[in-house]
Write a protein of this length. Sequence first.
Length: 138
Amino acid sequence: MRDHLDELAQIESRDQGKPLSQARHELEGAARYFEYYGGAADKLEGSSIPVGPDGVDYTVREPYGVSAQIIPWNLPGNLFARGVAPALAAGNVYVNQWFGDTNRTPFGGYKQSGIGREKGLAALDSYLQTKNVAIDLG
């Protein structure tokens, strides 16, 4: 997102009719959401409740599924990041649907739908975390 900040700010400024400085400020805040939750992604943890010597307990960290959001037209960058960043950090999927036929924000979501692809598989591999299940039978 930071790599495309100027371009995204210009698109949002045109879309929203807001000053370029305001659009840039909003998107800088959005980038900080991704940095914060990206930094927390490898610190997620869980615990199991001991069930005694005759039982087996384990904790599985797995995503919940797809993150869906309805983003208002007047503050899309910040609200997008506030919902998407923690969902991605927890391993969930987010699908961005650009509605190109809307009259109010004709460019909204178009550029955001493509950001991330250019980083390729190396970025995806660095994001994915190994999931382990450990069973201690005594």
